[in-house]
Design a protein around this ligand. Structure first.
Ligand SMILES: Cc1cc2nc3c(=O)[nH]c(=O)nc-3n(C[C@H](O)[C@H](O)[C@H](O)COP(=O)(O)OP(=O)(O)OC[C@H]3O[C@@H](n4cnc5c(N)ncnc54)[C@H](O)[C@@H]3O)c2cc1C
Length: 411
């Protein structure tokens, strides 16, 4: 069996590498390396977004007719792996990876023509309005109301945990348009301009000290009826379709391989284990090897899912498997990283900033760099703390296991 790349794939990899050499500046690489969550900061994200957009590579998994790339599964894999290995910051997934695919699947021709080019160019930055204070796992219980009034809906209610709402100019929202049937049937998927009067965003600062999440209050917000995606009252179908992309629309393995390689490099340095090399500790070496095997097996599952995506299809309920394994292995990698840097993990400092200055009450802002050599310039503690959220966001891993039991295993 030949497991190497074909000549054409090798040429594609070289093309990606030369693009990265030219466009992925040292500043972008440094920010990618300092990322503590799945998101880079807004300015870096958009600078990198622009470079990929100009190259035509910002949404490779979209169907070609809407701006995607006609790549094979292997090319998608090469692209993700090369970006991860080079330390590229990730792009915001809410437009490219969630709202875009939903509009392609359920949008009207007018909605596609208006929104898709703006997602590609970065002109629109989206956030996701699903969760509410009383509705997380039991999302169908959501209460934010939308009452018809002429050509508009008038929306009232609250959303919470809204990632990057502090930057977004648009939100895709689930609202309740009826209470008459089972809860799932009265939900509508609607697009809201964040500049509409009555929308108020407030920060939620995380344990790591960062400001990424928000809560949003909607008071008599008028939203045109033409902004409904799918049918009024059928938003649950649209919402579930979107969640397949949210959970399984991207590859976890390339980034995990890169992070584990970095830990292995640190473990091979002298002085990391009471004076010796941590890699010589058989227990630690076994944990590294075990995690590497787990990442590789996840990678093969991702290839199967990427196969669906590269044909413009939704990833299916198996996306729950990717989300669960991807986030659990990621948490494992953060634990190994803490072990590898040992007491150098302590001087982590969060970058608790918000537009207009530091968030009131947040810890002081100091650089993430510690003064002990390049491999330790990794904010391992902030990453460790932030990654605890991986088994909660996009639907908790307990809920993913329920979905796998029902929709994948048929139990
Ligand atoms: C970092 C972060 C970013 C987020 N970003 C967004 C965003 O941008 N937009 C958005 O809309 N939401 C976002 N969320 C919200 C996220 O989707 C919810 O936190 C998640 O769905 C869980 O809901 P909950 O927090 O209300 O917990 P709950 O639903 O109250 O769950 C509490 C615990 O009970 C368990 N549980 C609940 N029901 C069951 C069950 N039936 N079977 C087994 N166990 C169960 C859960 O697994 C969990 O452990 C984000 C959350 C985090 C942490």
């Amino acid at each position: 069996m030949e497991l190497g790349f074909s000549a054409a794939d090798g040429a594609f990899r070289d093309e990606v590498r030369s693009f990265l050499d030219e466009k992925l500046t040292p500043e972008l690489r440094a920010t990618g390396k300092r990322m503590t969550s799945v998101y880079a900061d807004y300015d870096t994200t958009m600078a990198w977004h622009k470079a990929l957009y100009e190259q035509g590579w910002v949404a490779p998994a979209w169907p070609v007719e809407y701006g995607g790339c006609d790549w094979s599964v292997i090319q998608h894999y090469i692209f993700s792996s090369e970006l991860a290995a080079a330390g590229a910051p990730s792009l915001s997934p809410m437009g490219l990876g969630m709202c875009g695919p939903v509009l392609i699947g359920y949008g009207t021709p007018e909605q596609k023509a208006f929104y898709l080019p703006r997602i590609l160019s970065g002109e629109d930055f989206w956030c996701q309005g699903y969760s509410e204070p009383g509705s997380g796992s039991d999302l169908a219980s959501l209460q934010m109301s939308a009452v018809p009034d002429g050509d508009d809906f008038v929306c009232n209610g609250q959303k919470i945990w809204t990632t990057h709402a502090n930057y977004a100019n648009r939100i895709f929202n689930l609202v309740r348009t009826s209470k008459e049937d089972i809860p799932q049937r009265g939900i509508t998927f609607i697009l809201i301009d964040m500049a509409t009067p009555g929308v108020k965003v407030e920060p939620l600062v995380m344990l790591s000290g960062e400001h990424i999440q928000n809560q949003i209050f909607f008071t008599d917000v008028r939203v045109p009826k033409r902004n409904v995606v799918g049918k009024v009252g059928d938003g649950w179908t649209v919402a579930k379709y979107l969640m397949q992309f949210e959970r399984g629309g991207h590859a976890y393995a390339p980034g995990l391989h890169t992070r584990l390689d970095r830990i292995a490099r640190m473990a091979r340095q002298e002085g990391g284990n009471g004076g010796g090399r941590l890699i010589d500790d058989a227990n630690f070496a076994a944990k590294l090897a075990e995690t590497s095997v787990e990442i590789t097996s996840l990678e093969y599952t991702e290839h199967r899912i990427m196969s669906a995506l590269s044909h413009g299809e939704a990833p299916g309920a198996e996306s729950s498997l990717l989300k669960t394994r991807g986030t659990e292995i990621s948490q494992r990698v953060t634990e190994l990283a803490l072990e590898a840097v040992a007491y150098y993990a302590l001087p982590f400092q969060p970058h608790a900033t918000a537009p207009g200055g530091p968030v009131p009450g947040a810890p002081a802002v100091t650089p993430n760099e510690t003064p002990v050599g390049p491999d330790y310039s990794w904010p391992v503690t902030a990453k460790y703390l932030n990654d605890r959220a991986g088994s909660i966001y996009a639907g908790t891993n307990e809920i993913q296991r329920n979905i796998m039991a029902k929709a994948v295993l048929g139990l």
